[in-house]
Write a protein that binds this ligand. Structure first.
Ligand code: UT7
Length: 332
């Protein structure tokens, strides 16, 4: 699904992010599984990741990121029309984590719901919020990408334990001021490839955890090499498509913010779409893959580091379980 806005109706007016204080380094992982700092750095680009302490729930991370994104946009929680939380690791089965966020920040007038699109969730949420703001009555929407992946990681499996981290990133989406705006979004899925990246427990397929005899089903499982190939191809396609549909040249793009899963994927995508690495934001070294939180955390850091300024055009591109993928072009 593609959406091009010749006259953008909405804009990103504020960003915020939060990652927990507990840091798990590659050296820590060397003590947990048969791996090495050298292997992890060269194969993934990851040096460390932030992990929650026991007792922290996803909506706690969301609250921290959300309050910063609202403050920057000068939007009071009571003036939010909607809260969309993109996550695959919500607080509980139901209600939606977005409802807990609503309560925690006092957004009494909002509709609150979750969105499940794995790593691509934040770009899906951006596309949906942009469309919701096309109704004149809706004015302010909070979108959050967040995960506590440490809660579904098999800490005995070296194929996956080294990859993931926890965190939250939020954006306040408001009506466009005529200059800034969401210029285009593209989101797509392919359920035929779902088995390559999945977690089987926790749903109706295995209603009773005691029925799960195969330990692997209780955690994230991934065919890394296959996912890698699809990720590069789909992110390249998604980036090229949105650049072409919005009518941009590569030189118009100030910063590319790709999903932070693996530095080798990021470099391959940048090379294939001919964007130099100086124009690519990378923080996978600090946080690993935080799934739906990856792009909004990177976006917030890029803005706070002065890498995106007023009227700069930013391209975001993502790939994740489902499979799901997407891209967005935003003028700040
Ligand atoms: O966010 C959603 C999208 N997710 C992704 O985009 C992740 C995509 N996949 C990847 O990033 C990479 O495939 C991985 C980082 C997961 C793995 O890297 P790879 O270069 O594809 O390695 P591989 O799975 O092909 O494994 C190469 C070797 C194997 O040994 P043999 O069979 O060659 O002897 C693995 O057993 O590396 C071994 N290996 C490890 N060695 C040390 C796998 N994991 C580790 C490890 N430490 N942690």
């Amino acid at each position: 699904m593609i959406e091009v806005n010749l006259n953008p109706v909405s804009m990103i007016a504020g960003t915020g992010s939060y990652t927990p204080g507990k840091i798990l380094t590659n050296a820590d992982l060397e003590k947990m599984v048969d791996t090495s700092d050298e292997w992890i750095r060269t194969r993934t680009g990851i040096r460390e990741r932030a992990i929650v302490e026991n007792g922290t729930v996803t909506s706690d991370l969301c609250k921290e990121a959300a309050l910063k994104a609202l403050e920057e946009a000068k939007v009071l929680p009571k003036n939010l029309d909607a809260i969309i939380v993109a996550t695959i690791t919500g607080d509980v089965r139901f209600p939606a984590t977005a409802c807990y966020v609503q309560e925690k920040i006092g957004a009494v007038n909002a509709v609150a719901f979750d969105l499940s699109a794995a790593c691509s969730g934040f770009i899906y949420a951006l596309a949906i919020a942009d469309n919701m703001l096309k109704a004149p009555e809706n004015k302010n929407i909070l979108i959050i990408g967040t995960e506590i992946l440490s809660s579904i990681t098999n800490w005995k499996d070296r194929n996956t334990a080294i990859l993931f981290g926890d965190g939250a990133g939020a954006c306040t989406i408001k009506k466009s001021d005529g200059k800034s705006g969401i210029l285009g979004t593209y989101i797509q899925s392919d359920g035929r490839l779902s088995k390559l990246l999945t977690m089987q427990a926790g749903g109706t397929k295995y209603p009773d955890p005691k029925d799960i005899t195969d330990e692997k089903l209780k955690y994230i499982s991934m065919e890394g090499r296959e996912v890698f190939k699809h990720a590069v191809k789909k992110m390249v396609d998604a980036a090229k498509l949105i650049i072409r549909e919005v009518g941009l040249k590569n030189s118009d793009i100030k910063l590319l913010i790709p999903h932070q899963a693996n530095i080798r994927i990021i470099e391959a995508v940048a090379k294939k779409i001919k964007i130099p690495m100086e124009k690519v934001f990378v923080n996978v070294d600090k946080y690993g893959n935080t799934s739906a939180a990856s792009i909004p955390i990177a976006l917030d850091e890029a803005r706070k580091e002065g890498k995106i300024n007023k009227e700069d055009i930013c391209l975001m591109v993502v790939f994740g379980g489902g499979f799901t993928w997407g891209s967005a072009v935003v003028r700040f």
